[in-house]
Each structure stands twice: as structure tokens, then as C-alpha cells.
Design a protein around this ligand. Sequence first.
Ligand SMILES: Nc1ncnc2c1ncn2[C@@H]1O[C@H](COP(=O)(O)OP(=O)(O)OP(=O)(O)O)[C@@H](O)[C@H]1O
Ligand SMILES: [Mg+2]
Length: 247
Amino acid sequence: MLRVENLTKYFGEVHAVDNVSFTLEEGGVTSVVGPNGAGKTTLINLISGAIKPDAGRIYYKGRDITGYPPSKISRIGIARSFQIPHIFLRMTVLDNILIPLFSRKGLSRNLIKRATDYPEVLKSAEDILGSFGLWEKRNFLANELPHGDRKLLDIAMALAMEPELVLLDEPTSGVSIREKSRIMEIVEEAIRERGVTALIVEHDMDIVFSYSEKIIVMHQGKILAMGSGEEIKRNKEVESILMGGEV
Ligand SMILES: Nc1ncnc2c1ncn2[C@@H]1O[C@H](COP(=O)(O)OP(=O)(O)OP(=O)(O)O)[C@@H](O)[C@H]1O
Ligand SMILES: [Mg+2]
């Protein structure tokens, strides 16, 4: 589904993503882990078109999408969520979800105002907000939501684009341990139910081991290791890095 070849992005002297190559098969969850500053968000920014690489190529379903702008990337079926939720705080939860829904159906010019004229759009909003436990809160302003629900709304907005591939940047950052499991259960079910392939950046290794088929470990812009949970657990070098050590 996705092939990344020798992807490279420098910020001055910082090698944020340095000659990274990997492939993602269709289906399932792949996690990207690594210490702060490893290049995980930069990798998502590159794949989603938010920034352009200095070198390397990105192929999606065989098509070279390197350098495509985010609008085009989202149209061909790749959506993303953000480490810090990118939601519209002064709009209601329902209006937030209507934005990607209208956009997906090519009705962006009718945004919000005529939502009631499109029962199928409202039905989709109910479906997606329902699976994220947010339908009852649809008339709240987004800024009235607790942090965990803001994270969920951000991810729901990505899935409302009906992507085939979704890139989630730390879906559980900044929430309590109990809330982390709740969020991941909801997210995993939403992804699997829709048959979406997911690349998830996550710090919590318990979550990573329980939800991913494959794990990519990044360190200082490079891929340090890649494999199944069992393979990663056995890797001493990875253990030392994730515990804050040095190679
Ligand atoms: N726009 C930018 N300008 C300059 N440096 C940047 C920029 N974006 C990222 N960096 C640097 O690139 C490196 C990788 O950053 P990135 O945000 O990708 O790390 P990360 O793995 O997502 O870390 P975290 O776990 O803290 O979210 C860091 O050293 C960061 O300071
Ligand atoms: Mg990050």
C-alpha cells in the first residue's frame, strides 16, 4: 500500500528523517516508536504532504506521490490526525465532523449552512461520531470537550475522509493511563471496522505491543529496527534506546 524509499528531511543540521525506507502492506496497524525528536512526526508530515522531502520517494499503491500537496494526498485516500488536535475549537462537535464529510462528498461550498439538506451527510456524521462516543456531545463546542475527547474528535475527522490509509500521530498523548486504553480501543475498532490501514506513532509500549502487527523503531532520524512485537521485545539495542540510553 505504501512504499517509502530513502526518505530524507534535514532542518539545518538536524537530520530529522535520514534515509528512511520501509513498506506497509494493506490492512492492520503498524506503529512507529522512538524517543522525543526521533523524527516520527516529520515522517508523518512528509507522507501527508505537509512538508516536502529533501530526497527520497513515496509511493502509494504503486503511484509516486512525492511532493503532492496535502489536499491531493487526502483526495487519493490518505488521512492523518495530529499530535496536538487540529480541531475547530469555537465550532460544535457536529460542525467539526461535517467539514471532512462535506469535503469528501465534494460539497465543501455548502459547508455547514445546508447540512440539514443532506440527510446522508448527517447520517454519516451520526455513524462516525457514534463510533467515537461523541454523538451525544454533538452540540457541545469543541473547546468544551476534555482533552481525550478532543483527541478522539481529531481522529474521527481523519476517518470521516474515508481514507484507505490513516496516519495517527500519538492518538493517546497527554491523557491518563485509563483514558489511553479507552481511546485505543475506540480507535482500533473504528479502524478495523472500516478496513483502514493504519500507521500510528505511539510512545506507550504496552499499547504498541497490544495493538500493532508491525513496529518501526526510529532513532535520530533513522530506522533502528523493524519487526513484530516479539522481535522488537528481544532487541536489546531497542530496549536501551527506548529506556533513554544511547547506542
Ligand atoms: N519545522 C521544523 N524546523 C526545525 N526543526 C524541526 C522542525 N520539525 C522538526 N524539527 C526537528 O526535527 C527533529 C525531529 O522532530 P519530530 O517532531 O519529527 O520528532 P518526534 O519523533 O515526533 O518527537 P516527539 O516524540 O517529541 O513528538 C527534532 O530535532 C526537531 O526539533
Ligand atoms: Mg512527534
